[in-house]
Design a protein around this ligand. Sequence first.
Ligand SMILES: Cc1ncc(COP(=O)(O)O)c(C=O)c1O
Length: 466
Amino acid sequence: MVELYGSANSRVGERRISAAMPPVTATVGAVAAALSIAALSYFLRDFCSFKGSTTKTHKPFSRRKSRKGLIDAIGNTPLIRINSLSDATGCEILGKAEFLNPGGSVKDRVAVRIFEEAFASGKLAPGGVITEGSAGSTAISLATVSPAFGCRCHVVIPDDVALEKSQILEALGATVERVRPVSITHTDHYVNVARRHAAEANEFSLKHINSIHAHSKEQKLANGHAFEEEKRASVFSNDCTGGFFADQFENLANFRAHYDGTGPEIWEQTGGNLHAFVAAAGTGGTVAGVSRFLKDKNQKIKCFLIDPPGSGLFNRVTRGVMYTKEEAEGKRLKNPFDTVTEGIGINRLTCNFMMAKLDGAFLGTDKEAVEMSRFLLKNDGLFLGSSSAMNCVGAVRVAQALGPGHTIVTILCDSGMRHLSKFYNAEYLSQQGLEPSANGLEFLGLVQKGSHASVMKRIYAGRAES
Ligand SMILES: Cc1ncc(COP(=O)(O)O)c(C=O)c1O
């Protein structure tokens, strides 16, 4: 069972309306007469969970308004009280349920903001192509929102990335180009190829406008580059109005999506009553946007990073040094991270991460993330991806550092559905020596007094007896 904090457009907020109302009053009697037995038992179930929690100050939910189109359905995600972790730590641990965005992750917000700013600057217009070098959530979000902006999406990924990732992107209507994995310093690194293609799309559209296209095609054929030209034609259709490189790592639209969206929503949903925020960083957009917004509202709110194995950010935050010379990202062939978590951890300073305002950092291990994911599934019914699990490890670390009585917010970035082949694959985990084995939260040094599920079982058993 999980509980939801107020969200103006909460998707599942309606469920909690009865629980958020004052307990049994005279008016309830009149209302109860109109309730069916099924609805009444549903009410009682929620009422019990409300009484069982340590929180007594829920804001009432307003009914979810209808939303205009896909873009309008992004954001305003529920803030969920993670009951098991809250009960075990004596803190209120709240997760922002970003996995409920239409594209399935926190990156939907970023994709929309990138499009909006690109349109506003005149660098992209309907009929254009947005390019990105990523096999992750951002590419999926860009592909998801592209049709709503009247654009196409072209994604460049390393050719050793799981085939199902390109299948998802192609199913969403994006074109996918698989390239050989090389270092980020190489001109043919997938990020650099994506950047180059955006520039080429601009060139292409300019040529098209000037009616030079036909002439140029002849030239290419004469030079024996017909195949390249054909490949480009599938990305840049004849009516392509230009290209734009999304550049999620360095484009500060990413930071602004969280400074103007995620941060204010957290502030509003907690009524400003929070003590700490914690998240891991990939591009750094989320932790930077949210931490800076919360600090601007109240300097006393503590903001932390939780960093996975192989990432240099923990050192950067705690010691001011990112990596040793040997570990520098340009020196490595490809993915430098020896971690099972996806989308988080990095060994270079991005423009987005540099906007963060942090008080400290924690290290999380792969084993802790795996154990946490299974714990949350078993106790709260939360099926979360690897970065969300790591964020929850971070939330417990913060709770342990601050002590009971604090409200701590983190991000539930995406769901476990995107992580079936590794993070939720028993065979893969066993090969890595990461099989989950914990009964409770002992892997974080916490002795659980009783899981939320077992508390609920006792409540139901008691009711059945009486
Ligand atoms: C699933 C997932 N979680 C977390 C992150 C990290 O968020 P950010 O890039 O804002 O630091 C990413 C980044 O790509 C991601 O894909």
